[in-house]
Design a protein around this ligand. Structure first.
Ligand code: ADP
Ligand code: MG
Length: 363
């Protein structure tokens, strides 16, 4: 069993430069379930690493409680928490061979030679490191070094694995490969994993549940599907999904009519009740690029809401095209079929599938 409960956790640092204090994590509560792959995601500086370090016991929370398997661990030393952390910079010992790197922590824990050998065998097989045991870290590629860093955590057989941006030093192709390996590793080990990244694609592909953070505060905790479909606020809506969700400044004139600049759109029947409290107000309408269509390629989509737009720019990605146009002050992105022939400067009719829209209070 490895279940972690964080209850109203706040971390305040004394700010030496500016004086006073700085709140890196503000009243965060969450649960990490046994065997779960939980991902923390948010922009740089939002408090992800600090959260992870508090779980590990490397940083003491200013207030709040941490439980591991129902036991209050606020005062427990990191080495007694049975948690292994894998860092972004791998932190391998350069003068030791890979085998010595893998064995180092275990030797310190006075594990027997036989047991060390068995654990290293197990980890090297899982990670495909068998041929590299005699090498030094500098003789390995970035991906191989990353695997050794993970191996060092596996040999400890901890209750929980903590990963802090482990793939951010790898090139794009290797990152995708390692992502697949980490997901597979999670299945094989049946381990509880807490994983931190600033990359929303990594979060969406790896996380069973995702904690979205901004400026020290948890914005939403949900499955990837739920985050994409029902973002709790504009921050989450704009952070999850690529290209990001479009925002339009508008007014909900009646329960069923939305005015966006000179455009008047009709709210789908099924959304009228949900957004009734917004009637008469200035609101922000969110619509993802994939929910705006070139009309010629809008198959099996409701075409009630469409408008001619002057195309500002287009990017051909092969399977799809990204089309940019202005609505008011904002630049809107449409992700349309790769078959669609659109040129910059031309006027074209676009369908806005408002069945997929979201309304937010302006910030
Ligand atoms: P992230 O990992 O999301 O990029 P961090 O948790 O590392 O963010 O940092 C959150 C905020 O707390 C940042 O503004 C950072 O400058 C600040 N911070 C982190 N550690 C310390 C520290 N030891 N002293 C003062 N401020 C810190
Ligand atoms: Mg960090």
């Amino acid at each position: 069993m490895a279940r972690i409960l964080m209850e109203n956790i706040t971390k305040t640092f004394i700010d030496d430069k500016r004086g006073g204090t700085f709140t890196a994590v503000n009243d965060a509560s969450f649960e990490i379930k046994d065997k779960e792959f939980l991902v923390f995601v948010g922009p740089s500086g939002c408090g992800k690493t600090t959260s992870l370090r508090m779980i590990a016991g490397l940083e003491r929370q200013t207030s709040g409680n941490i439980y591991i398997d129902e036991k209050l661990v606020n005062n427990m030393h990191p080495k007694d928490r049975d948690i292994a952390m894998v860092f972004q910079d791998y932190a391998l010992y350069p003068h030791m061979t890979i085998e010595e790197n893998l064995a180092f922590g275990l030797k310190n824990m006075k594990v027997s030679k036989q047991e060390i050998k068995e654990k290293i065998d197990y980890a090297t097989k899982i990670l495909g490191l068998e041929q590299l045991l005699d090498r030094k870290p500098k003789e390995l590629s970035g991906g191989q070094r990353q695997r050794v860093a993970v191996g060092r955590a596996i040999v400890r057989d901890p209750k929980v694995f903590l990963f802090d941006e482990p793939l951010s030093n790898l090139d794009a192709k290797l990152r995708v490969q390692m992502r697949i390996e980490l997901a597979e590793l999670h299945r094989r080990l049946g381990a509880t994993i807490v994983y931190v990244t600033h990359d929303q694609v990594e979060a969406m592909t790896l996380g069973e549940r995702i904690v979205v953070m901004n400026q020290g505060e948890i914005q939403q905790i949900a499955t990837p599907r739920e985050l994409y479909r029902n973002p709790a606020n504009m921050f989450v809506a704009g952070f999850i999904g690529s290209p990001p969700m479009n925002f339009f400044d508008c007014v909900l004139e009646t329960a069923s009519t939305i005015k966006i600049g000179d455009l008047t759109f009709t709210l789908p029947e099924k959304l009228i009740e949900r957004y009734r409290s917004f009637v008469g107000k200035k609101v922000v309408l969110g619509l993802r690029p994939e929910d705006i269509y070139d009309e010629e390629f809008a198959f099996s989509v409701n075409k009630t809401n469409k408008a001619r737009m002057k195309v500002k720019a287009i990017e051909h990605l092969g399977g799809e095209n990204l089309v940019y146009f202005h609505v008011g002050e904002r630049i809107i992105t449409a992700k349309v079929s790769g078959e669609s022939f659109i040129r910059a400067g031309e006027e074209k009719s676009f369908v806005f599938n408002l069945e997929k829209m979201h309304l937010f209070d302006p910030v």
